[in-house]
Design a protein around this ligand. Structure first.
Ligand SMILES: NC(=O)c1ccc[n+]([C@@H]2O[C@H](COP(=O)([O-])OP(=O)(O)OC[C@H]3O[C@@H](n4cnc5c(N)ncnc54)[C@H](OP(=O)(O)O)[C@@H]3O)[C@@H](O)[C@H]2O)c1
Length: 287
């Protein structure tokens, strides 16, 4: 019996405009350009500078606009787009929404990736005929391994939410949560890659301290993080169980873990994420 490689399932999305095609939008666009994903009607991107727009100009299926050469770039890009992804920096969102509000077609789904900007702000600045979805992706979107939180707006339908979910699923996993939980989600998966990189930095310094070269230390630490994550993902086991399997009674790992337990990491993570949440509230209040 021959085993044939299965074709990736085809996902079809309607025309999408990315306003502010920087790092995060670029990551989502790379997911949309994978085999098996069709964006019917094409992708439009906008940037301020022609230099940045050039990243996308000439790419098949993408029409790139720059506001410095075409003042109407954002308004032009949204015409005919069913999904409009707002990916400029949070402080720039209100001006951008005022700019496009008059030309958005009824039934357009505006998807925000802007950290901390509420659905209420979007809905206030956009016509009632347009629905809003708020999201929080994370940087592993660049390699198709994002975790994205997605929240419905007060005017969005199940179909609107499903469109946004499908779009973000092209770059990883998606969790639908009420907007009230999105800032908390952001303190876990949004900021989470930074926590992991920080742990890797510290652990690498320890390996160097044990006499290894930076290259050897990087290989050991990064390989261990990657290997342990893959093992966790494929084994179907609980992390605590996998940890127990590495920790023989009276062995060396047991001694090391006992020291780590003294550090009360759970409390540290509680405090770190509480600090991030407090900052999100300050930012929402304009501080
Ligand atoms: N990076 C992350 O990890 C992450 C995670 C979750 C959410 N987000 C959110 O994603 C958004 C973008 O972040 P980013 O890291 O992708 O920033 P970024 O790389 O600086 O991208 C922002 C882009 O917006 C463009 N832009 C600015 N004003 C514009 C305007 N009026 N019209 C059209 N384009 C405009 C900029 O173009 P020029 O360069 O030409 O000025 C730039 O390419 C932020 O709201 C952030 O909160 C980011």
């Amino acid at each position: 019996m021959s085993i044939e490689a299965s074709e990736p399932a085809t996902v079809t999305l309607p025309a999408i405009a990315f306003l502010g095609a920087g790092a995060m939008a670029g990551a989502v666009i790379s997911g949309l350009r994978r085999p098996g994903v069709v964006v019917d009607g094409g992708i439009r991107t906008t940037n301020r500078t022609a230099g940045k727009a050039a990243t996308f100009a000439g790419v098949d299926g993408i029409t790139a606009y720059a506001t410095e050469s075409d003042a109407a770039a954002n308004r032009r890009a949204v015409v005919g787009a069913k999904l409009v992804v707002v990916a400029v920096k949070p402080a720039m969102v209100p001006d951008l929404l005022r700019e496009i509000a008059g030309v958005l077609e009824p039934g357009t789904v505006v998807v925000s990736v802007a950290a901390g900007v509420t659905v209420a702000t979007f809905e206030e600045l956009l016509p009632a005929s347009v629905s809003v979805i708020r999201s929080m992706p994370n940087t592993p979107a660049v390699v198709g391994r994002a975790v994205t939180g997605v929240s419905a707006g007060t005017r969005s339908s199940d179909e609107d939410l499903a469109l946004a979910v499908t779009m973000f699923e092209t770059v990883g996993e998606v969790l639908v949560v009420p907007e009230s939980q999105l800032d908390a989600l952001s303190t876990i998966s949004g900021s989470g890659p930074a926590y992991v990189f920080y742990l890797i930095e510290q652990f690498t310094a320890t390996a160097i301290g044990k006499g290894f070269t930076p290259e050897q230390a990087a290989l050991m630490v990064q390989g261990t993080f990657r290997g342990a994550s893959e093992l966790l993902a494929t084994s179907g086991e609980d992390p605590a169980e996998l940890r127990r399997r590495v920790t023989s009674p009276k062995g060396t790992t047991e001694r090391a873990v006992a020291v780590l337990e003294e550090a009360a990491l759970e409390q540290i993570f509680d405090r770190a994420t509480d600090a991030a949440l407090a900052r999100a509230r300050e930012m929402a209040a304009g501080a």
